[in-house]
Design a protein around this ligand. Structure first.
Ligand code: PLP
Length: 366
């Protein structure tokens, strides 16, 4: 570090140059994040210095977190559900594993997850020394319920299902998994990090929420389809008692106990998530999500017109195709199986899709 500080003008000149080295969302077709809504950005700036890790100091910010949780409780059909905010899907999934493991008290605990599960479960299992049992998928990339049932034993502390998988945009058969979870008295978690802001706003979407009686927890991320700011996750639980096993003493804070994983917790991204949810309302999200799904269908139709087959018809705005290269400067990703994957986020507008298809058509000479 230099002894002399830099002048702010000079410093920001440098920072802006570095920022220009980043890719712009205008050509990013691979991300589950997007440009946050201006309302979210403004609210984030207003709450920049708030710390939910010491809640007694920031009662106004805490009330926004509470209201955000109430909003999700209603949206997910269980008004008495509780929850908390997190930094995103990974932290939410880690917290679920922590309370499931603590409640089960098995010597060698295991969880059953679909082969499509996000890699955050692998991190969580390695961290907590829990065995991860992978259930195979059916021909539509949904968890095979019978295979999942066969993997369960007396040490299984959680069944994980996904609503809107990261790679193929599919939703597992959650009502059927609920039956197994209920019979065996095992916690059923729904990872709706992506789909939790999509499925509630679509007609005829697969069921995934607390209206399925056995669903015990749901994770959902405002920093993905919620158009909030990074980092922002929400972990909803049917019964807040699950957090009791995670409580630790916090003697020098304004509260005497905490169950969160992180200590200092941003209030800014919580205020942003709250603000954007109030600004959009369910009608605003319905229109946003309907537009993303229309763009997804247009992309699939356009690619199939070039002879590139879809892998599956997705439940959410993630389109996948047989492996094919795409022209620069478009940034796409490929699944573990090597299939082309494009996420039709809000920044991937109809114009962006048409422009991508035109470039692809020129590049892809059969
Ligand atoms: N779960 C699912 C289904 C996801 O798609 C993702 C990320 O894409 C995560 C969890 C992890 O979320 P984060 O990267 O915000 O920790």
């Amino acid at each position: 570090m230099d002894a002399e500080g830099l002048l702010a003008d000079e410093l920001f000149c440098f920072l802006e140059a570095r920022r220009k080295e980043d890719f712009s969302y205008s050509h990013i077709l691979s991300s589950m994040c997007t440009t946050p809504h201006p309302v979210a950005v403004k609210a984030h700036a207003l709450f920049m210095e708030t710390n939910l890790g010491d809640p007694g100091l920031f009662p106004g910010t805490v009330s926004l977190e509470d209201e955000l949780i109430r909003w999700f409780a209603d949206l997910y059909h269980e008004p008495s559900a509780g929850g908390c905010t997190t930094s995103g899907g990974t932290e939410s999934n880690i917290q679920v594993l922590r309370f499931c493991k603590a409640a089960k008290k098995a010597k060698n605990p295991n969880i059953v997850v679909p082969a499509s599960a996000h890699f955050s479960f692998e991190k969580a299992c390695k961290m907590m020394d829990v065995e991860m049992r992978l259930a195979p998928l059916d021909h539509e990339y949904r968890m095979d319920v019978n295979a999942a049932g066969e993997l369960i034993d007396k040490d299984t502390c959680c069944i994980v299902s996904v609503a809107g998988t990261t790679e193929y945009g599919m939703t597992d058969p959650i009502p059927e998994l609920g039956k197994i979870a209920g019979q065996e008295d095992i916690h059923l978690h729904v990872d709706a990090a992506f789909g939790g802001y999509v499925l509630p706003f679509l007609k005829d979407a697969p069921k995934f929420d607390f209206s399925i009686p056995e669903v015990g927890s749901i994770s959902v991320d405002p920093h993905k389809m919620g158009m909030g700011t990074i980092p922002s996750g929400v972990l909803m639980v049917r019964d807040e008692k699950v957090f009791c096993n995670l409580l630790v003493e916090t003697p020098y804070l304004t509260v005497k106990q905490a169950y969160s994983l992180t200590g200092t917790r941003p209030g800014a991204s919580v205020a942003a998530a709250y603000a954007v949810s109030r600004y959009f309302g369910t009608k605003g999200y319905t229109s946003l999500v309907t537009g993303c799904m229309e763009n997804t269908r247009r992309l699939i139709e356009g690619m199939e017109a070039f002879g590139v087959r879809r892998k599956v018809t997705p439940d959410v705005n993630v389109a996948t195709f047989d492996h094919v290269d795409v022209p620069k400067p478009w940034i796409v990703s490929y699944t573990r199986k090597g299939d082309l994957r494009i996420v039709c986020m809000p920044h991937v507008s109809r114009d962006v899709i048409e422009s991508f298809l035109a470039d692809f058509g020129e590049f892809h000479v059969p």
